[in-house]
Design a protein around this ligand. Structure first.
Ligand SMILES: [Zn+2]
Ligand SMILES: [Zn+2]
Length: 653
């Protein structure tokens, strides 16, 4: 009999095979494909209108694995259609690779065994109330937002909601935005539940991944904590999904297969018919709109746990307290910092720029160091003694022949501050206090747990941090934050600029005063936009979101319209321009939507490729993905042109 088999590769349809034995949808099978044998899954439909004539090959064997359930097959089909990702690639996300995940007999799952919880932890009255609300409607699919001020103990509340599900024999999935957070989170989990969750992210070994994959499928593993890709794991009996920090833009996979893991988690929950809890201090604008439309339930925690109070906010006017030459910390800031340090507080200088200096130029020939592969300046990293491209990883030494200097080499000026420069200044100003840089350059290594401990023990007194530090860390002694350059105007081309600022400064100020001591966040700025700063840091983010949503509505921006970015790339910019124009004209006849562009992308050259963008804007009620996918199948690109489709784009680089 003829059987449709989907294989994990770039094709958007199943292939037809022959089989003597009866097979069912969802069976994992080994099939010949080209010259190889690969694992595929018996799919729920045949390839549509295929006129191709070729010899039908025979299925080699049925694998001895519990079949893929219908709900997951439906989810993967939907995922492909929504994101314009070939079905075979969606299956690859589920299968991890092309080879078979065979049943492993002697796996020891002991560390994942459910034990009774060991921690004696009492929820506050407010937390208990919210927990009841979460558990009220949690039998079937529904979305519930848990919004709470930073430090209000949202995690403990949803841990309880998971526990209830585990007690009934279900499994839970927790999605986190950052791998950097998982080890600290794992510790918290273990303290609470008394057993290990399975951790799932790109840093986990292939061998461990196989253990987790089969452990979840056979129900031995109860809870998995993971980054985006955990969304595609098989479950024996999934009972609940949590998306923590749901607003975080790291949930958007921006390269390769592009999708938003938060949105896809909601759809997986709907196919599984299980509840999903979104958790955040400052929800995304999409989530906020769904609350307003009453599509989501929601609960709020207004108080910090154990009556800790939220930080107050002050502005340091840089017109009044002028910065000295080559200095980035004002005299007023120094005075306040000293006062806090003498009290024993930990302090943080926040600057969202990695490295030492964002521009390096020569004072004789004025040439700026830029990346040969990208249209981006190279950033000087003094610790590594290298110039780096933050986009493609290109490295260069700080040495260059000069055309206008008699001695023959360039003489460099380091323009603008990065955290490493602030670190130097801090060490000159406060030589008696231990300081540390907190950025992806210093916190991705094995030593980071040790550094986190030193910060928690108040051994490190001064932190100099980038955005990374705003992400959910708990530092009990941090009571004072200085934002060195709040710049609210720089994001002109980004429709999400305001929303991103709200989330950043809200999360950042949430790091201060978490154990009850009074705390303050200071903003050093030339631009005395008091109103803007107080809106960004208000205890109630809904006020800001309401305004932002009105603006979006007025301008027909998402979430009121559907945006789809088409990014064309090529090493040949002439062919790229031709194809971009041709594609626009072609699509205008085929789809019912407005098409903007083509324009050169803000980062025009990236990793040696030139980039053009088209933006499709359509009414949300139209099934634009379907007609777009069909149209794109019939468009012939010149060779060397690559197209990337980004549905619901977040970045417009
Ligand atoms: Zn580069
Ligand atoms: Zn020079």
């Amino acid at each position: 009999m003829k059987i449709p088999v989907l294989v994990p590769n770039i094709f958007d349809h199943p292939f037809t095979y022959n089989s003597d034995k009866k097979l069912n949808t969802g069976d994992y099978v080994l099939v010949p494909f080209g010259k190889n044998k690969i694992t595929g899954v018996v799919w729920d439909h045949f390839e549509k209108n295929s006129n191709k004539e070729f010899k039908i090959k025979k299925i080699i064997e049925k694998l001895n694995i519990k079949p893929l359930d219908n709900k997951t097959i439906k989810f993967l089909n939907w995922f492909s259609e929504y994101n314009l990702i070939p079905k075979g690639m969606s299956l690859k996300l589920h299968l991890l690779s092309n080879e078979a995940i065979k049943k492993q007999k002697s796996i020891d799952y002991d560390q994942y065994n459910v034990k009774n919880k060991t921690l004696n932890f009492e929820l506050s009255k407010e937390q208990k109330l919210v927990l009841n609300e979460l558990n009220k409607n949690n039998k079937n699919f529904r979305v519930h937002l848990l919004q709470g001020v930073t430090g209000s103990g949202k995690t403990m509340v949803y841990f309880e909601s998971i526990k209830e599900k585990i007690d009934k024999g279900y499994q839970g999935l927790i999605l986190l935005p950052e791998i950097g957070l998982t080890s600290e989170f794992e510790k918290k989990f273990k303290e609470y539940f008394g057993f290990n969750p399975a951790l799932w992210h790109s840093g986990i070994s292939k061998k461990r991944k196989k253990v987790i994959w089969s452990g979840l499928l056979n129900g031995k593993i109860k809870v998995v904590i993971g980054a985006r890709s955990a969304l595609f794991l098989p479950f024996n009996k999934l009972g609940i999904i949590i998306v923590d920090e749901e607003h975080d833009q790291s949930f958007k996979q921006d390269e390769g297969l592009i999708y938003n893991a938060r949105d896809m988690a909601i759809s997986r929950a709907s196919f599984e018919n299980v509840p999903i809890n979104l958790v955040s201090a400052v929800p995304s604008i999409e989530t906020f709109e769904n609350l307003k439309k009453k599509k989501y339930y929601f609960s709020r925690l207004f108080n910090r746990y154990k009556e800790a109070s939220l930080p107050s906010h002050e502005i340091i006017d840089l017109k009044k307290y002028k910065l000295k030459n080559n200095s980035w910390i004002s005299s007023k800031t120094i005075q306040i910092a000293k006062h806090h340090l003498e009290k024993g507080d930990q302090i943080l200088f926040f600057l969202n720029r990695r490295g030492f200096a964002p521009y390096v130029l020569c004072k004789n020939c004025y040439k700026v160091y830029s990346c040969p592969n990208c249209s981006i300046n190279l950033v000087y990293h003094k610790n590594k003694k290298k110039l780096l491209c933050h986009y493609c990883g290109f490295k260069s030494d700080l040495k260059r022949e000069c055309k206008r200097n008699i001695s023959g080499v360039c003489q460099f000026i380091f323009s603008g501050p990065g955290v490493e420069k602030i670190y130097e200044e801090v060490n000159l100003l406060f030589p008696n206090y231990k300081s540390h840089i907190f950025s992806s350059d210093t916190m991705n290594k094995k030593s980071s747990l040790d550094i986190l401990n030193k910060i928690r023990n108040n051994e490190i007194k001064i932190l100099i941090g980038t955005q990374l530090i705003s992400k959910g860390f708990h530092f009990p002694n941090l009571n004072c934050i200085f934002v060195l350059d709040i710049d609210l105007s720089s994001q002109g081309h980004d429709l999400r600029g305001n929303e991103k600022n709200l989330q950043l400064y809200h999360q950042l100020s949430g790091r201060a005063g978490r154990t009850g001591n009074p705390s303050t966040v200071y903003f050093q700025t030339y631009n005395l936009n008091k109103e803007m700063i107080s809106k960004l840091t208000s205890e109630d983010p809904f006020i800001f979101l309401e305004e932002e949503l009105n603006l979006r509505k007025k301008n027909n921006l998402p979430p009121y319209e559907r945006f789809i970015s088409l990014i064309l790339t090529s090493t040949n910019n002439l062919i790229l321009d031709q194809d971009s124009d041709k594609l626009k004209k072609f699509l205008e006849k085929k789809i019912n939507a407005k098409i903007l562009g083509p324009v050169n992308a803000p980062i025009y050259k990236l990793k040696k490729n030139y980039r053009n963008r088209l933006l499709i804007r359509s009414n949300k009620s139209v099934k634009i993905q379907q007609s777009l996918a069909l149209a794109l199948k019939n468009f012939n690109f010149n060779s060397g042109i690559k197209l990337t489709v980004d549905v619901d784009p977040i970045n417009f680089n």
